[in-house]
Design a protein around this ligand. Sequence first.
Ligand code: GDP
Length: 294
Amino acid sequence: MVDSPIVHWFPGHMAKATRMIQEYIKKVDVVIELLDARIPRSSANPVIIELINQKPHIILLNKVDLADPAATKEWTEFLASKGITVLAIDSKSGKGNKALIRAVEQLSKPIIERWLNKGIRSRSIRTIILGIPNVGKSTLINSLAGSAATRTANKAGHTRGQQWVKIGKNMELLDTPGVLWPKLEDQRAAARLAMTGAISDDVYDLENVMKQLLGHLKDNTPEILVERYKLKPEEMENLDDILENIGRRRGCLVSGGIVDLDKARRIVLADYRNAKLGNITLDTVDEEPYYVEE
Ligand code: GDP
């Protein structure tokens, strides 16, 4: 479990972030929400539904290169079955950019039609990217903006410091992302956010988080542990054994032949984050919801 509170998201910060996002959302026509494809439930913040105020909404499952393709398909179908426009992307490669622009165009058709009917002159469709820290917002903005030559900050009527980046023929993206806060009161989500690197490494309890990650690996993909760390079946009786033996294999020894367990934990964590343990999605579509105790 994540023991320490996350200092960056005390209520004052949340209130300020909420106000900023509400201000941004007023200026846009379509909201793009980025989730981590390995933890689509844990990286979502339900507050967004209230904040976006029924504006058209696209969910992007990002970092799809690190996620299990079968699980990504299930998540995509599950979200689509709820009527949500959803795309799986890898914002580092920029491969999903065209599909994203098409999806924005599709969702904005009724808006443009409304403008036409009301006799309002058509303009570019404005969008914003929202998501929790580290989900890939800046990477996506840079990737989308990379090919866009025009930044329109100096145009009259635009707030100083805010830049709209023209993307494609008819779309403008706010180049400041909206930062949502992670759902830390849900301990299962918090642990998974820690595993994937969404929350800073010095604010959670590594031992506890790694117990959960090793448990997941032991239960779901023991063969990967065997292969990656050359473990023998008798070295995998329980999680303590597994960790200790990984540490021995990797030479994490301190004086007296004792294993530096924290070093071993960090090796496994880095391997998970870099998909050296395969493409593993932690949130499953059919998992029981987590209940926060009253
Ligand atoms: P932000 O805090 O939401 O703006 O996140 P960043 O754009 O700074 O990305 C956080 C980290 O995730 C960086 O190390 C990125 O290189 C990495 N990242 C972003 N998108 C992807 C992706 O699609 N795949 C992978 N493997 N890494 C990504």
